[in-house]
Unconditional design. Structure first.
Length: 473
């Protein structure tokens, strides 16, 4: 794609407007901006994770245009983004132009958020002839009701409206929300035909491919988004996710840092990412030091602190402080009794105490809370740490039932049965691996695993597994 015009027309306009506004503040100039421009600018700042600037624009706008409906609606909508429903309601009630289409949609949104979905529908139906169906669709998307959004979009011309960009954009977003990704891709490609330099459209296409796990296509699309707008932070965040899926954490980190600079990610996200690296590298003391601050930060939500406590407890187990870890897990469950991760780690600690029945019950509790393949894998990881390869095999057999096409699961099950000495099951799983072990390799691995000390067995198994997983990548 040519870089002669790095922004789409729409993105150029909003970027130019932002620069003009910021220069006017810097130079102390009292430039005139109309209400629609200021509302768009406030929304742009908020979307780009700059809430302080968004509120500043709105306050400046309402001084310039007192009681302006467009600005009041925008202010109420931003308040709803932070769940300040009563204050948004007060602003909605103060709007004088009660027949304004945006004011009507705002009132409907407030009704939905207050649990009065039927009343919202009646209000919209009453004003159906005058109302903007795209605005209604986005209102329902913002309140997590994509089915209702599609009902309103069907009132339009649907596929025939091939040149109505705002309509197609809403339709594409709606199809994505409904997880109808193939249909969404068709619509997003139409939008790209209309505006080939729109970073948002390329990003939307990348997100569709990402959700379908077509990572190569997603990477191509997100690269085009960044070429179109080198300051589009969300694209860097998605590219970071893609590099993670490809196993390249350094490239993921580079892109996350760019996204952070552009305020598309929070400092908390990077803190968690860095903690993952420390823990993956078994740097338990360093990770525990960071987590000790997190668990005592009472300004954090309870669920956040509860999860931090589980991570802190995990570090403590590897530091040989199991009793202290147990205490932190109990504190975690007082904050969030539905934290499955806490029950997974508790299971490991009870196993190490020799209380197998309680351990299994803790794992059953975790699975009742989160009956997913990932939960089985988390339990398996704790089984590996305490060298309970028999339980680890049970976990991965469950994962195999959920993900029958996952060849890495076949590899893990083959290696587990090599450790357990079950030749028949080893051959059963080995023959369906992408790169089956040769008889010579199997003998060598058996010899290695039989000769290492108990303390080294987990590391030896992990190294053999990693060596063979790398062949599949």
């Amino acid at each position: 794609m040519s870089k002669k015009n790095p922004y789409s027309v729409h993105e150029q306009e909003i970027n130019n407007l932002a620069r003009k506004y910021e220069l006017s503040l810097l130079n102390g100039e009292d430039l005139y901006f109309d209400a629609d421009e200021l509302a768009d600018l406030a929304d742009w700042y908020f979307t780009n994770h700059q809430p302080d600037e968004a509120w500043e624009v709105l306050e400046h706008g309402l001084l310039m245009h007192p009681d302006n409906t467009v600005l009041l609606v925008e202010k109420a909508n931003l308040l709803l983004e932070t769940n300040e429903i009563e204050e948004a309601s007060r602003i909605s009630d103060s709007i004088l132009e009660t027949d304004d289409t945006e004011a009507i949609i705002l009132r409907a949104k407030l009704l939905v958020m207050k649990g009065q979905k039927e009343e919202a529908g009646e209000l919209l139906q009453l004003n159906e002839q005058e109302i903007d169906i795209v605005g209604v669709a986005y209102m329902y998307l913002e309140t997590n009701l994509p089915e209702e959004a599609m009902i309103w979009l069907r009132k339009g011309k649907m596929e025939n409206e091939t040149k109505d960009e705002s309509y197609l954009a809403a339709l594409g977003d709606c199809l994505q929300a409904l997880k109808r990704y193939d249909e969404a891709i068709v619509i997003v490609n139409k939008l790209i035909d209309l505006d080939p330099y729109s970073a948002h459209y390329w990003y939307g296409l990348a997100m569709c491919y990402y959700q379908q796990e077509h990572f190569d296509k997603a990477m191509d699309a997100v690269d085009y988004a960044i070429v179109s707008d080198e300051e589009f932070g969300n694209a860097y965040a998605l590219r970071g996710d893609l590099f993670q899926h490809l196993g390249n954490r350094e490239k993921a980190r580079e892109n996350y840092q760019k996204a952070l600079q552009m305020k598309a990610l929070s400092e908390d996200f990077m803190k968690v990412f860095n903690l993952e690296d420390l823990m993956n590298e078994s740097r338990w003391e360093e990770a525990a030091f960071i987590l000790s601050e997190e668990v005592n930060d009472t300004s954090r939500p309870d669920t956040y602190r509860a999860e931090a406590m589980v991570q802190y407890a995990l570090c403590l187990t590897y530091m040989g402080e199991n009793d202290k870890a147990m205490d932190w897990l109990q504190k975690s469950l007082k904050l969030d009794e539905k934290n499955a991760s806490a029950y997974v780690l508790l299971g490991r600690l009870f196993f190490e105490k020799g209380d197998e029945m309680t351990a299994v019950n803790k794992w059953k509790k975790a699975l009742r809370l989160e009956p997913f393949d990932t939960t089985w894998e988390h339990i398996a990881n704790q089984c590996l740490a305490i060298q309970r390869f028999d339980y680890m095999e049970i976990c991965f057999e469950k994962v195999k039932m959920i993900r029958p096409e996952d060849k890495q699961v076949d590899l893990i099950l083959a290696l587990l049965n090599l450790v357990l000495g079950n030749d028949e099951k080893f051959h059963q799983y080995n023959r369906v691996c992408n790169h089956p072990l040769s008889e010579q390799q199997a003998k060598e691995y058996k010899k290695i695993l039989s000769r290492v000390s108990d303390e080294q067995l987990t590391e030896a198994f992990t190294n053999i597994l990693k060596e063979n997983v790398d062949k599949d990548e």
